[in-house]
Design a protein around this ligand. Structure first.
Ligand code: TYM
Length: 333
């Protein structure tokens, strides 16, 4: 069976280094390996599971698309579109939602984290969010889904839904059981202010993350102010494991430089924090700032971005509509 790649990113603003190193960088590598088999979606329906300002949402859909393009995704090689323009995603979500079990959804840790203490006030959309994600993936017969570590549980749910559908309707192999593609290393980039907390768009402190739209000075400043501890630079991986903030910064440097953690450890052995931070900031400026510059350039040409999305949506709809029709047939409609 040929590889089919699908992944999505929410257009909720502040796309950051975690999104890039955990997911988007991998999207680009997969596009290089497998031209014409990758589908990347701006998941705007997922974004409205929490309140969005309509004008800002519209801007964020374009900004996320611009980020895809600026990072190296090519609409001639991959399908790039936004979810709400392909209604089959919502339709599939309803059909699959009747297969998914409440008990499965009740286990989802991301819902618990996002809903917080008062889950009665969370939107129903936030609760059934992973079913829509399953629909995204399953409608394209996706074999592989590149994501960061935080999406692993949602992928397991997708697999459970596909397996149950195939079993309930006695149609083995009809829904493809997708494999998560989670990088073995650096798949969870942490906050620059707290090495135990995930780097996140929703963190109120902008200092906690490098945004993909940050300029050079912002990148350098954030790394300068990134939390460290009072010890020396670590000597080995055991030492690193006990020091979450340094571990995260070493992970970021290794990932950006495409090198092993061991190489980073030896590169900075005996050096001091300011030397390490300067080198890290330089590496980030070199890799991230060109993306930021390109995003800002692309955002000036809204027509082009909209055209990319329209063309992607036409291609995506063809595939997704067929699958939804097949699902409906199997169900008995
Ligand atoms: P989202 O928009 O929160 O994040 C997009 C991608 O970035 C990864 N990511 C991280 N990776 C490493 N370190 C971090 N700190 C970090 N923060 C975010 C996420 O794992 C993700 O891969 N539910 C998804 C979107 C989605 C989707 C899909 C993904 C909807 N449908 C279908 C794959 C397939 C989400 O909210 O990602």
């Amino acid at each position: 069976m040929s590889k089919k790649i699908f992944s999505g990113v929410q257009p909720t603003g502040n796309l950051h280094l975690g999104n890039y190193l955990g997911a988007i960088k991998n999207f680009v590598n997969l596009q290089k390996e497998d031209k014409n088999s990758c589908i990347y979606c701006v998941v705007d329906l997922h974004a409205i599971t929490v309140k969005q300002d309509p004008i800002i949402l519209k801007r964020n859909i374009r900004e996320t698309t611009a980020t895809f393009l600026a990072s190296g995704l090519d609409p001639k090689k991959s399908i790039i579109f936004n979810q709400s323009t392909v209604p089959s995603h919502s339709e599939g979500s309803w059909l699959l939602g009747c297969v998914a079990r409440m008990g499965w959804l009740n286990r989802m840790t991301q819902f618990k984290e996002k809903a917080g203490k008062d889950k009665e006030k969370a939107s129903v959309g936030l609760y059934i969010y992973p079913i829509l994600m399953a629909s995204d993936i399953l409608l394209y017969n996706s074999t592989h889904v590149p994501v960061g570590e935080d999406q692993k549980q949602h992928l397991e749910l997708t697999r459970d839904i596909a397996q149950k559908f195939n079993l309930d309707f006695n149609c083995p192999n009809f829904l493809t059981i997708p494999e998560p593609l989670i990088q073995k290393k650096f798949s969870r980039i942490m906050s620059l202010k707290d090495g135990k907390k995930k780097m996140s768009k929703s963190d109120p402190s902008d200092q906690s993350r490098i945004n993909l739209t940050d300029d050079k000075d912002q990148i350098v400043n954030k790394i300068k102010k990134a939390k460290t501890d009072s010890g020396e630079l670590p000597r080995n991986e055991d030492d690193l494991k006990k020091r979450p903030e340094i571990n995260n910064l070493y992970g970021i440097f290794s990932s950006v430089q495409d090198q092993e953690l061991g190489e980073t450890l030896s590169e900075f052995k005996g050096k001091n924090f300011s030397e390490f931070k300067n080198t890290l900031a330089e590496a980030l400026v070199e890799k991230i700032f060109p993306i930021s510059r390109e995003i800002n350039k692309l955002l000036k040409d809204e027509k082009y971005i909209d055209q990319v999305l329209i063309e992607g949506s036409i291609k995506a709809e063809k595939i997704a509509k067929k699958k939804v029709n097949d699902i409906k047939n199997i169900i008995g409609f």
